[in-house]
Design a protein around this ligand. Structure first.
Ligand code: ADP
Ligand code: MG
Length: 677
């Protein structure tokens, strides 16, 4: 299995080189070079085919083939086929020689991509009858350079014939039986050569489980080791003092808030270091939970830090914390990129001596040369890109505080587990009482005048509005609305209202002034770029207008929409967009269909896949050969539970039936280099 690929019959030095360049070195590598799709040679009735599906159909040639030659060697051959009572166009690219081989009334079997709207099969190729008879699914592999599809198939066929029986089983019988899984060598075989779809699905399920189980074992084993190595700071605080903080709040916590707070406080008081993700939809009330945790931390004699992605949010958090902690004796410092050098230096000094109890700022906080006296708790808000990297920074500084991540982009639980390492997850799944779902409408851009009238009426009722544009100023290349022009139009159309302008290029003091004016209702309409996207809290605002909304992703639109609906009055979100792409249109309709952040992020994931969903391909996102974190979330959940049992009971280390798994884990380079977080 670990022999070089040259051990497979038919693979000479020339191909060895190409295979190596594809990362295929051993026979095992070749055996696990699974197809990325299959071609179906069964003839299907066209009526049942979906748009853009690959189809194979049988038909009669109904028109003389028409050939068009283009520049270079490009050509297009079109022929009309009568198939299943439909007249479809089959389009062959760059196969000019086919013209002579096709004549009127021939019977043809053709396969290609079906455009249901134009009744066209493009990228057509003619299939030989005998292949159809054999039936089944034909594997399609990724290939490179001179190593073409047919050669690759031939190599893999040879490797499978000679070696697949010897592929060792990894999983113990107990698990194979529990889930009725195919043996590993059978799964390999059927992934390459499935007799039909059901064989493929069985094989895939087996391999996905194996991959996800190994992944979870790796993560949890690592976590256990890490936990042993670094015991946390066991905190204790006066319950009385803490309760007086809760009593000072202007509202009662929701049941969901109570629950997550208990989970967090248990972590703080426990011997293990907290590593927890707190997720809750926009407006579910995460800030006060953060404050409560910070307060317990303070009462235990530790310093706390709250980090957020933007300066505006940092500013706002520092203010709302200051008012929540008013009279509680805490010293709070705010460090921002725009703080004056002298002020900053002073704040840093006071942090180092322990004079400051709580610091707020952007995540630059931990990257710069900040030192703490006795850091006990770090909370980050609204950053689902925060994680692996930042925890490592903390660790490298020798800091071992409790860590809480808060996010309002609800991440499907299982994906959170993988992207953030194996964290504990708390979820606020309830909004404070009295909130009305935001009404969302989608209109064309030319509806702006009507929208202005609507805003005017809302202001008449004492409310406020946000108007968002994608750009700051006019762009020569993009035909997209900009904040500066939009601000002008609003001032002209509604001269009796005060209209503010906010964007990233304003000076720090200007931003502050605008934000404060909006907070105090001195400004009724805030025209802004997405700098107000996360966290900003002005409960009196009831209208959110998003211009060129198709430019934004679903998560971002949901965040923006979450700026309203924060009080007890009915709020409205108006999306103005003339989307040019299907994706844009789909986003608009999803937004009008649901206000549930979990549902939205599920659909977002479906549309974009996990890599893009997280913005960057982070180092923490594992790559799988078969498993798919979105599609296989149920399997992941099962694998996670199983991994936990296997580690906690110790069978992984003691039991003979786990020897192969143990060996596989130890071979994993990520594991050896301690790169798992
Ligand atoms: P998010 O989870 O989006 O960060 P916030 O913490 O900003 O939400 O809270 C949104 C609004 O709800 C704030 O105005 C906050 O004061 C208010 N709020 C939070 N918890 C409650 C509660 N239990 N009852 C009523 N209002 C609450
Ligand atoms: Mg928030």
């Amino acid at each position: 299995m670990n022999q070089p690929v040259s051990a497979v019959s038919g693979i000479g030095p020339r191909y060895v080189e190409i295979l190596e360049s594809m990362g295929i070195h051993t026979v095992m590598d070749l055996l696990t070079h699974f197809p990325f799709r299959y071609e179906n040679h069964e003839i299907q009735p066209l009526a049942e085919a979906e748009h853009n599906e690959r189809v194979t159909v049988q038909g009669t040639v109904h028109s003389v083939p028409e050939l068009r030659m283009f520049k270079g060697k490009k050509s297009r051959l079109t022929v009309r086929l009568l198939a299943d009572g439909l007249l479809v166009k089959a389009v062959f690219f760059n196969q000019p020689y086919m013209k002579k081989q096709i004549s009127l009334n021939d019977k043809l079997i053709v396969s290609g991509t079906f455009d249901k709207h134009r009744l066209q099969i493009s990228g057509a190729i003619v299939k030989a009858e005998e292949k159809i008879k054999r039936g089944g699914l034909e594997p399609v592999y990724s290939v490179k350079g001179d190593l073409k599809q047919n050669k690759m198939r031939q190599f893999i066929e040879a490797a499978v014939a000679d070696f697949v029986e010897g592929v060792p089983e990894l999983l113990p019988d107990s698990l194979l039986e529990r889930y009725q899984l195919l043996a590993r060598n059978r799964a390999f075989y059927y992934l390459h050569f499935p007799k039909d779809e059901s064989f493929f699905l069985q094989a895939r399920r087996r391999m996905a489980y194996e991959e996800l189980l190994l992944f979870q074992l790796k993560m949890q084993w690592f976590r256990q080791t890490e936990r042993k190595a670094e015991s946390g700071q066991q905190k204790s605080w006066s319950k009385e003092a803490f309760d007086s903080f809760l009593l000072s709040l202007p509202f009662k916590l929701t049941d969901a808030q109570e629950r997550v707070l208990t989970e967090i406080l248990t972590d703080l008081g426990g011997a293990e270091r907290m590593n927890r993700l707190l997720q809750g939809d926009v407006g579910s009330g995460k800030t006060v939970i953060a404050a409560a945790a910070l307060y317990a931390n303070y009462l235990s004699g530790f310093q706390g830090a709250l980090m957020v992605p933007t300066e505006i949010l940092a500013e706002q958090h520092s203010e709302s914390l200051a008012s929540l902690f008013n009279g509680m004796g805490m010293t709070i410092a705010h460090i921002s990129g725009s703080s004056k050098t002298k002020e900053k230096r002073e704040a840093l000094e006071r942090l180092a001596t322990g004079e400051v109890d709580l610091v707020t700022g952007t995540h630059a906080l931990i990257q710069e040369g900040v030192s703490f006296h006795k850091l006990g708790l770090v909370i980050t808000d609204e950053q689902h890109r925060f994680g692996v990297e930042q925890r490592r920074t903390l660790r490298n500084k020798g800091l071992r505080p409790d860590v809480l991540f808060m996010t309002a982009t609800p991440i499907p639980r299982t994906l959170a587990i993988s992207a953030f390492g194996d964290m504990d997850v708390s979820t606020i799944d309830q909004l404070p009482a009295g909130r009305k779902p935001i009404e969302t409408h989608w209109g064309k851009r030319n509806m702006l005048p009507r929208v202005m009238q609507f805003i005017d009426r809302e202001i008449e009722k004492g409310h406020q509005a946000y108007v968002i544009a994608p750009l700051i100023e006019e762009s020569e290349v993009l035909e997209v609305q900009n904040a500066i022009d939009l601000h002008k139009s609003f001032e002209e159309a509604l001269p009796h209202r005060s209209v503010g302008l906010m964007h990233g290029r304003l000076h720090h003091e200007e931003k502050d002034a605008v934000m404060q004016a909006f907070q105090k209702n001195d400004v009724q309409i805030l025209v802004s770029t997405t700098v107000v996207e996360v966290g900003v809290n002005v409960p009196n605002a009831t209208v959110m207008v998003i211009y060129d909304a198709d430019r934004f992703g679903l998560a971002q639109l949901h965040q923006l929409r979450g700026r309203v609906g924060r009080g007890s009055d009915q709020s409205h979100c108006i999306l103005l967009a003339d989307p040019k792409t299907d994706v844009g249109k789909e986003r608009m309709s999803i937004m009008t269909e649901t206000t549930d952040g979990f549902e939205l992020s599920r659909r977002d994931l479906e549309m974009r896949g996990p890599g893009e969903f997280f913005g960057v391909r982070q180092s923490g996102m594992p790559k799988f050969k078969v498993a798919d974190l979105v599609e296989d979330y149920r399997i992941l959940e099962t694998a996670r539970k199983d991994a936990r049992t296997i580690i906690e009971t110790g069978v992984l280390f003691s039991h003979e039936s786990y020897r192969e798994i143990r060996a596989a884990l130890e071979r994993d380079p990520a594991f050896r280099e301690e790169r798992v977080d």
